[in-house]
Design a protein around this ligand. Structure first.
Ligand SMILES: Nc1nc2c(c(=O)[nH]1)N[C@H]1C(S)=C(S)[C@@H](COP(=O)(O)OP(=O)(O)OC[C@H]3O[C@@H](n4cnc5c(=O)[nH]c(N)nc54)[C@H](O)[C@@H]3O)O[C@H]1N2
Ligand SMILES: Nc1nc2c(c(=O)[nH]1)N[C@H]1C(S)=C(S)[C@@H](COP(=O)(O)OP(=O)(O)OC[C@H]3O[C@@H](n4cnc5c(=O)[nH]c(N)nc54)[C@H](O)[C@@H]3O)O[C@H]1N2
Ligand SMILES: [Mo]
Length: 770
């Protein structure tokens, strides 16, 4: 009966919606009216409540419960779990925090705990964990993200700020209105733009692409996959070999320079180091001109095509867009720097619709008018140890205590990790070379995982603390790339014995003697109100923007933030570089960096450079093998909701589907619907097959997100579900950025005649243990 249905405002990383609740259950999901292009993934949210997937109560690994920190870490994932009560579980966790801190020092607790967790900014798991441990001596944390690491680190050297890859470059409304030509390196895809960390109110990418199409702008897609633009965008497709964009960008720049069409005035007035960059392009410095003939065999794009594209660039108002994906690859600093070098040679940086921007479409908020006021966020406080790793160096941290590593020009030492506490992330989804991680994961003495679901990471823990999902508690969303704050109201009661992230941390704080400092005396609604009020006061004080009072916001379900539309990055700088100095060493855009030269890293030269990736189609081992592109899944967020019916509907026999070119399929005797094995020296997985000429020959696309499901518990076991991270390379992008190199990976492929069945592990484990 309609009158029994309650509407509950809520938000996820993929959009804002009303949950329709009746009889304590969610019976429907409706997008908020202001979203022009809602994501289908909102329809999967009710499946969070499926008790078969949830961790019913706190669990402790049997061997660990017996022998505590002296137990054998090899038992992780092998031994059964023993259900325990919350008090016992939290006593054990607090005891380990104190033991490791007092015996080995706080830096021996790893709480970097990377992951997207829920969109809620109050119950934000990783922030709560850091806030708690910061109050009792500290921990080892992380810098940068899996999404972007090489990119922001190099951009700080180039522009003095990482804004241009965080959504602070020109807004897409101005690009859509002024660009005559857009060169897309990577993607501009609603697939990835569905999501935004901390929530998204309005999905606007499609609207901007439609406006470009309507204005007749020319669009060129440089990507191994044709579907990196929607099929209704008429684009020219240059199916480039993965990881070779830097060579293409350098050649485009060199052809423009050789034709005498480079903007000398812009280079001289707004850039430093252009002499060294141009000398490298021409070959003056190393004897190799980086022209179209040089780039053709590297990139797989014909020299004529490169020359034609080059000649069109300075002729029109041209925007270069570079997806984040390009820097999640070996030497991922270079495509961002080379794109900047190319844009500088074209000379349109700072003009409406011209220049370069990074990460458009990678998340839905990149290129949207940025919120100018303070987004709601819990404070993580300070970490007294200052100890950190570049986020993707987790396996090195666990396996190489005491060894040195470089990051952005300085040398650091990996601490000796005795305890790992992960809350709100799934490293056995997200990290590269999972077999290597699994070996290293045996080393710490205690592993705590705080998670709603039986993920692979939860199954590899010693102590599992079941957290509620956002629909079981109150919270609020927010992000500086979103133009709204959305109320995230509790829709249903907690599933099983799960507890809210904040409540778990508050109880641990009590045991550790820091309850007052942790909670500041506020409860859930007290905090939500407090975080909202801070944003409201800031919007009023700095932008004279009126937001509704808290009560009104909570009833309405949303509040709009002040935003900055029609923004052109570096417009003021371009007009007067002296008055608007960049925070770089030269105050200008840096095309050759004496500072990076001083670091003397062979894998990160001091100007944009082509450096061969560790593995690629052009190297000796490339023949007959495939470059694996493990891109983001269309139907879920990473590993979240992998079990949902929407996600399962896009699988084949429960496995993720790989896409290959018809020529490759014929060569290997593979047809659509077959099961294939992908393998290399690091690991192997099974996958279904799609055959499409929308993928470049020699490339295989296998989306991320499948729950890691090893066939047995031996080292290097075959993954049955199609998780590409059993194959990917675990290597820093360079000694400078140390980002993840997920998109640098070569694999072999063969057809599997009698594929083993996929066993649905997580609920089974929950049943065994109960
Ligand atoms: N090969 C390859 N690997 C990649 C990438 C790639 O392109 N290729 N991309 C990388 C990128 S960019 C990223 S960002 C990472 C993503 O990696 P992650 O962020 O680790 O992936 P998620 O699946 O979002 O993991 C979030 C976890 O939080 C849990 N969770 C959800 N809500 C809550 C909550 O309220 N409380 C708690 N405690 N937990 C909650 C979810 O169940 C889930 O297990 O993957 C990276 N890995
Ligand atoms: N639906 C959904 N959306 C998501 C996510 C999700 O899990 N699901 N995850 C979100 C997160 S955390 C992030 S960080 C972003 C990531 O956003 P992106 O990094 O932009 O996303 P990817 O899917 O990794 O890559 C985009 C495209 O780049 C192309 N590509 C890969 N390597 C190369 C290369 O060497 N050269 C060129 N020219 N192209 C290449 C691939 O064809 C791929 O489709 O996505 C976000 N959006
Ligand atoms: Mo990401």
């Amino acid at each position: 009966m309609a009158q029994d249905i309650r509407r509950v405002a809520h938000c996820s990383h993929w959009g804002a919606f009303d949950l329709l609740v009746a009889g304590g259950r969610i019976v429907g999901v409706e997008p908020m009216a202001f979203d022009p292009a809602p994501s289908d993934i909102i329809g999967s949210v009710p499946e969070w409540a499926d008790p078969r997937l949830r961790i019913a109560q706190p669990m402790v690994r049997a061997g660990w419960l017996r022998n505590r920190e002296r137990s054998d870490g090899a038992g992780r994932g092998r031994e059964p779990f023993v259900p325990v009560g919350w008090d016992e579980a939290l006593d054990l966790v607090a005891g380990q925090v104190l033991r490791v801190r007092d015996r080995f020092g706080p830096a021996s607790i790893f709480a970097g705990s990377y992951g997207w967790t829920s969109a809620g900014r109050f119950h934000h798991a990783a922030t709560g964990l850091k806030r708690l441990l910061g109050l009792v001596g500290g921990y080892t944390g992380h810098v940068n993200t899996y999404s972007i690491a090489a990119g922001p680190v190099i951009l700080r050297h180039i522009f003095g700020s990482e804004d241009a890859c965080n959504g602070g470059a020109s807004t897409l409304d101005t690009v859509a209105e002024h660009a005559e030509q857009v060169i897309v390196f990577g993607a501009l895809s609603p697939r990835t733009a569905q999501t935004e960390a901390g929530g998204i109110a309005r999905h606007t990418l499609e609207g901007h692409l439609k406006r470009l199409a309507e204005r007749g702008a020319r669009i060129v897609l440089v990507s191994p996959a044709r579907d990196d633009l929607p099929d209704w965008v008429l684009a020219e497709w240059l199916p480039i070999r993965p990881n070779t964009d830097t060579a293409l960008m350098l050649a485009l720049a060199q052809e423009i320079v050789a034709g005498g069409r480079n903007d000398l005035e812009f280079l001289a007035r707004c850039c430093s180091g252009s002499e060294a960059f141009l000398a490298y392009l021409s070959g003056e410095s190393d004897g190799v001109p980086k022209d179209a003939d040089w780039a053709a065999p590297i990139t797989g794009i014909a020299a004529d095509q490169i020359r034609r594209l080059a000649s069109s660039l300075p002729a029109r108002r041209t925007m270069l867009t570079v997806s984040w994906a390009l820097q999640r690859a070996d030497h991922g600093e270079q495509p961002f720097w080379a794109a900047t070098g190319l844009a500088a040679v074209i000379g349109q940086i700072g003009l409406p619709g011209g220049g370069v921007g990074f990460g458009y479409g990678s998340l839905g908020g990149v290129g949207a008018p940025q919120a100018r006021s303070q987004a709601p966020a819990m404070s993580a406080g300070v970490n007294p140890t200052g100890s950190f790793i570049p986020v993707a160096r987790i396996t090195d941290l666990l396996s190489r205590p005491g060894e040195a590593f470089d990051y952005n020009g300085r040398s650091y030492t990996y601490p000796d990790t005795r305890m790992v506490y992960w809350a709100g992330g799934n490293p056995f989804h997200h990290h590269q070379d999972l077999n290597r991680l699994r070996r290293a994961w045996q080393r710490p003495e205690a592993v705590v995982v705080q998670e709603p679901f039986w993920t692979a990471t939860a199954r590899l823990a010693d102590i599992v603390l079941p957290a509620t999902t956002s629909i079981e508690r109150n919270d609020l969303s927010g992000n500086r790339r979103s133009d709204h704050i959305i109320a995230m109201k509790k829709a249903i009661e907690p599933v099983g014995g799960a507890r809210d992230d904040f409540a778990i941390f508050a109880d641990l704080a009590q045991r550790l003697g820091v309850a007052d400092a942790f909670t500041e005396g506020r409860d859930e609604m007290g905090w939500i109100r407090h975080l909202y009020e801070a944003s409201r006061e800031d919007a009023a004080a700095r932008f004279a923007h009126a937001m509704p009072a808290f009560e009104e916001f909570w009833v309405q379900g949303w509040a709009a933030l002040p935003v900055r539309p029609d923004f052109t990055y570096l417009a003021e700088f371009r007009q007067d570089p002296a008055a608007h100095r960049l925070a770089t060493d030269s105050g200008l855009i840096v095309l050759h960096s004496p500072r990076i030269a001083g670091m003397a890293h062979a894998d990160c030269p001091p100007h944009p450079s082509w450096v061969e990736p560790a593995e690629w189609l052009g190297d000796a081992g490339g023949a007959g093998r495939f470059h694996l592109v493990s891109r983001q899944p269309v139907d879920k967020l990473h590993s979240q909701l992998d079990y949902s019916s929407r996600s399962q509907a896009l699988k084949q026999d429960g496995r993720e589907i790989a896409s290959i070119h018809p020529d490759d399929a014929t060569r290997l005797g593979i047809a659509a619907g077959d099961t294939i094995r992908l393998w290399n020296a690091r690991g192997a997985c099974l996958a279904g097959v799609r055959v499409t000429d929308g993928v470049r020959p020699g490339v295989v696309i296998l989306p991320t997100g499948a729950w890691y499901t090893p066939a047995d518990d031996r080292d290097g076991a075959l993954d049955l579900a199609g998780n590409p991270n059993v194959l990917t390379l675990d290597k820093g992008t360079s000694a400078l950025g140390q980002g993840c190199s997920a998109h640098t990976c070569m694999v072999s492929i063969e057809r599997v005649m009698a594929p083993p069945p996929l066993v649905a592990a997580p609920p089974a484990i929950a049943r065994d243990a109960a």
